[in-house]
Design a protein around this ligand. Structure first.
Ligand code: FA5
Ligand code: MG
Length: 451
């Protein structure tokens, strides 16, 4: 394993604790320790005008929209809890990269980070990736901001530029990421991603190609102060091939052969071309990762202008759900022993046959209201529901909306499915939660109830 001591003087790297997984398993994949207790919260709201996270204070402003519920999940570090399914999938992916990708000196090619702080600047999360200032992905409605300049990372891509700048050519970053999103069995406001980046020099890219020494990664003479260097077609094609092959191999390592996958063209502002991989799961195509050839301007801004490369971001819950047959994304946050016991392995490659904890019956309640003429965001409602009902909510869906022909007021009707993962809910319990949601929508979102 590569340990990045040379970067320890950089403040942003001080939280790296690579020793954790050294203790957790030896080189042949045998697991030595048992699962540690869930860590306590690292957030404190002691200061009402500031949020404290990992011992630092962030003053609130009109951008602050992070909720107490979300803050209570920061620092849970599911990825580092031995025998958690996300830890297991991380270990299997690391093992694959450590075994199959070696440097000239037979060291692992990819350096691995799994403890970078999820608190990043908006500059890291967006600007460092050349995401334009007015891009939709910056919306307050989609992200958890601590204040105008700091946020909980929305993706592990937030670390790309810094790690390239620190001198790395190949790395993997595992981390928790935070998004205000819809609520259903495959979406949760906190989930986990693995970022991968690999850069190549001219020589490295074409080393195994016939007459490779005659090929170039950059078009000749095309770099001017106004125009960035452009890639040659052969370089892009080779990179795309290597990228897709690398990711196909990860999937074969995790799932074996016979998995149904497909590649879909898509768009990310910081990669071109870009792709997503989808896997057939329970009869539907589920997107599991995004990837692409990195924009040269991004690589240049990190001081690696002699190299080109690609990046990828995997959704770890989605992979674990498919691999172990976990039916609902909320289960990853369960503290139920019956869930964890099933992932206790003595070797990371041990087969797991997950027995779903029997599903308890759902209770369904609808809520309708007139939305205010301005300033209403659907994600505000989803957050409110999550804050009040927590993990008792399985799904919230907008089932009806209409505009009153005379007043032009808009009405929304949402269906809330309540279900406890570990027991049957009573009608009274759900009723009182539902009433609290009704009250909250009126008080906090300024809607006019139709209850
Ligand atoms: C991204 O986050 C890009 N940063 C990925 C990337 C990296 C592209 C490097 C190019 C280069 P996206 O929003 O699609 O992309 O998320 C990546 C994966 O995270 C998805 O494919 C999905 O598997 C998972 N994911 C996204 N949203 C959620 C969610 N709310 N809950 C669980 N998993 C999610
Ligand atoms: Mg995507």
């Amino acid at each position: 394993m590569k340990i990045l001591c040379k970067f320890s003087s950089f403040p942003q790297f001080q939280k790296i604790s690579q020793c954790f997984h050294l203790q957790s398993r030896n080189a042949s994949g045998n697991v030595k320790q048992t699962r540690s207790k869930t860590s306590t919260s690292v957030a404190s709201a002691a200061h009402s005008d500031a949020i404290e996270l990992f011992g630092k204070f962030y003053s609130r402003d009109d951008y602050t929209n992070v909720t107490p519920k979300i803050l209570s999940l920061v620092g849970k570090s599911l990825l580092n809890q031995i025998n958690h399914p996300l830890w297991l999938i991380k270990e299997r992916i690391k093992d694959h990269f450590y075994t199959h990708y070696l440097s000239r000196y037979r060291n692992p090619l990819f350096s691995v980070y799994d403890n970078l702080s999820p608190v990043v600047s908006t500059e890291q999360n967006f600007d460092s990736l050349l995401i334009p200032p007015d891009h939709a992905s910056r919306k307050k409605g989609d992200n958890f901001y601590l204040n105008q300049t700091n946020m909980l990372r929305a993706h592990t891509s937030a670390h790309q530029r810094d790690l390239i700048q620190a001198g790395l050519n190949a790395f993997l970053v595992f981390g928790d990421v935070y998004r205000r999103d819809e609520i259903d069995k495959s979406h949760y406001p906190v989930f986990h991603q693995m970022e991968g980046v690999r850069l190549f020099t001219n020589h490295e890219l074409f080393a195994n190609v016939k007459n490779g020494e005659e090929l170039d990664i950059f078009e000749k003479g095309s770099r001017t102060p106004c125009k960035q260097q452009s890639h040659t077609l052969e370089a892009v094609k080779l990179l795309e091939f290597d990228l897709k092959q690398t990711l196909n191999k990860v999937m074969t390592h995790l799932f074996g052969k016979g998995l149904e996958i497909r590649w879909v063209d898509c768009y990310f502002p910081f990669t071109h071309p870009s792709f997503e991989m989808e896997i057939k799961f329970q009869g539907e195509w589920l997107e599991v990762l995004g990837c692409g050839i990195m924009e040269q301007q991004l690589i240049n801004s990190a001081g690696a202008q002699d190299r080109i490369g690609y990046a990828f971001g995997l959704g770890l819950e989605r992979l674990a759900m498919i691999l172990f047959g976990i039916p609902d994304i909320r289960l990853f946050w369960s503290e139920d022993e019956r869930f964890f016991k099933q992932f206790q392995v003595t070797h990371i490659d041990q087969n797991i046959t997950f027995q779903p904890i029997s599903k308890y019956p759902p209770l369904i309640n609808d809520i309708s209201f007139w939305i205010p003429r301005e300033g209403y965001e659907e994600n505000d409602f989803y957050d409110l529901v999550r804050n009040i009902a927590g993990d008792l909510v399985e799904k919230v869906s907008l089932i009806d909306q209409f505009t009153h022909p005379k007043t032009e007021k808009i009405s929304h009707c949402y269906r809330i499915t309540y279900r406890h993962m570990e027991r049957t809910l009573t009608q009274e319990e759900v009723c009182s939660i539902h009433r609290a949601i009704e009250k909250g929508t009126v008080e906090k979102l300024g809607v006019e109830g139709r209850f």
